[in-house]
Design a protein around this ligand. Structure first.
Ligand code: PNS
Length: 175
């Protein structure tokens, strides 16, 4: 039988433990899982694509059926190019469903041979998102246990100047 290749596309800005949980689950059911970072996102990312590739590589290096890549343009075109027949996406709560359904159906319209497979991350991560991680870290809250240690360290480094500016302007207001 032909090996089943799946892609797990996303922004991963940054990688969270919820993403890792899903990668672990996906790697168990697919022969090969390609974690694919979108390059041409409309959102201004906190971490460069290269930094995000490095985080995922560092955390999945031991899994020999997981690879990391980046892509531009339509996800379905990239999936066909790498020989994938499935797209893995995570659904944390019912609120994710509407957007994910829309995207899955549009992708099916674009490429009917590609099947979207939804998996649920562990309930511990049901509230976790990259956006909240960025926000909490920016405002000085702890993201320990929510992201890999490497990401936690890089978040601290990356956000230190912005946090210092915030503290200074707060002090200036209070003076
Ligand atoms: O982690 P995200 O930001 O929720 O991931 C969204 C992603 C990257 C999967 C989606 O935006 C995507 O596939 N973009 C590529 C462009 C594309 O194919 N658009 C049509 C989607 S229906």
């Amino acid at each position: 039988m032909k090996p089943v290749i799946a892609i797990y596309p996303g922004s991963f800005d940054p990688l969270t433990n919820g993403h890792l949980d899903l990668i672990e689950r996906g790697a168990k059911i697919f022969d090969e899982l390609i974690v694919a970072i979108l390059r041409n996102s409309e959102k201004e990312p906190l971490f460069s694509v290269e930094e995000r590739l490095e985080f995922i590589r560092a955390m999945t290096g031991k899994r020999d059926n997981v690879r990391v890549d980046s892509f531009d343009g339509l996800m379905v075109d990239y999936a066909l190019k790498v020989g994938a027949t499935a797209v893995l996406r995570g659904i944390r709560a019912i609120s994710d469903y509407e957007y994910e359904l829309q995207m899955a159906l549009m992708n099916r319209k674009l490429e009917p041979r590609l099947e979207t497979v939804f998996m649920m991350p562990a309930e511990t991560y049901s509230y976790l998102s990259s956006r909240l991680v960025r926000e909490v870290a920016m405002l000085g809250g702890s993201v320990r246990g929510l992201v890999p240690e490497l990401v936690e360290k890089k978040l601290r480094e990356k956000l230190a100047p912005a946090r210092a500016r915030r503290t200074q302007s707060k002090q200036a207001i209070n003076e």
